[in-house]
Design a protein around this ligand. Structure first.
Ligand SMILES: C[S@@+](CC[C@H](N)C(=O)[O-])C[C@H]1O[C@@H](n2cnc3c(N)ncnc32)[C@H](O)[C@@H]1O
Length: 271
């Protein structure tokens, strides 16, 4: 079943289902749990990272809806969990439209199931590395008006596109399709300035490479900032997860030592 769920690939796990496991979800298989538990042995804070990443997603979507963005293109959206983009956005702007895109058929199927024919939100199968097919997808074109601002969400997905040329090209192509006033939100694993055991990092990278179709690579602050080239950064810029417009209702795992979140996050505005 996992092979079918992974688009027929022989790789037994997926990054979407590993992440679901870390968030306490139920849409994961033994291979996903095994991979997640192996990662957690080396990096025990991974589940906290996942929770804090979701908290950034909620804060950033609330921010975007607050500044008037009513349409969202969420690529690498994952398996639906508490506080989905369409729910957060609709809490601020009831007519919000959202398209979820993910490479994992399980994530897309689960999204469609919970959406239950929601007229303003849908989910499609797509690969960030092939932005043209996402932009041309009839459901994307049908729901989103590219003549008006769109919130492009690339949360915890670009580190699954390890090739810089491929990642830069994908982000650049997507941004080129957006109207002024659109925004890009990114969260991305980074170990900048931290003492991380290379063996542990290699182990995690090997786990993703061997068990999933989405190899994984952290980037530095400078490498992640490059995705925002030409955009105006929203305050406070590209910062560690808990530092991006913190809210008292969010988890506090990393508040005392933000770099230990191992994830940078930021939002930029297209002029
Ligand atoms: C860690 S989850 C992040 C989910 C959600 N964006 C969040 O921040 O909570 C990463 C997601 O990216 C998806 N993904 C990985 N590589 C992708 C690609 N090339 N194109 C689209 N989705 C991808 C995975 O299937 C997974 O659902």
């Amino acid at each position: 079943m996992a092979g079918v769920a992974n688009g027929g690939s022989a790789k037994p796990a997926t990054s979407a289902r590993i992440y679901d496991y870390f968030l306490g979800g139920t849409h994961n298989f033994p291979a996903d749990r095994e991979a997640a538990q192996a990662v957690a042995l080396r990096f025990p804070l991974t589940a906290a990272l996942a929770r804090n990443n979701r908290a950034f997603l909620r804060r950033s979507v609330r921010y975007l809806a607050g500044v008037g963005v009513t349409q969202f293109l969420d690529i690498g959206s994952g398996i639906p969990t508490e506080g989905n983009v369409h729910e957060i956005a609709a809490g601020v702007t009831p007519d919000a439209r959202v398209v979820y895109v993910d490479i994992d058929p399980v994530a897309v199927a689960e999204s469609l199931e919970i959406l239950d024919n929601n007229a303003r939100t849908t989910a499609v199968l797509g690969d960030l590395r092939d932005p043209e097919s996402i932009l041309a997808h009839p459901k994307v074109r049908g729901l989103l008006d590219f003549g008006r601002p769109i919130g492009l969400l690339l949360n915890a997905v670009l580190h699954f596109v390890p090739d810089d040329t491929e990642a830069d090209a994908a982000v650049g192509r997507l941004l080129a399709a957006l109207a002024p006033g659109s925004h890009l939100a990114v969260s991305h694993v980074s170990i900048d300035g931290q003492e991380v055991d290379r063996n542990d990092l290699n182990f995690v990278q090997n786990t993703y490479r061997q068990k999933t179709t989405t190899p994984f690579r952290p980037r530095t602050h400078a490498q992640i900032e490059r995705f925002f080239t030409g955009l105006e950064m929203v305050e406070p810029g590209l910062v560690w997860l808990p530092q991006w417009r913190p809210s008292t209702e969010d988890p506090t795992d990393f508040t005392a030592a933000p770099p230990t979140s191992s994830c940078l996050a930021g939002v930029g505005r297209l002029r």
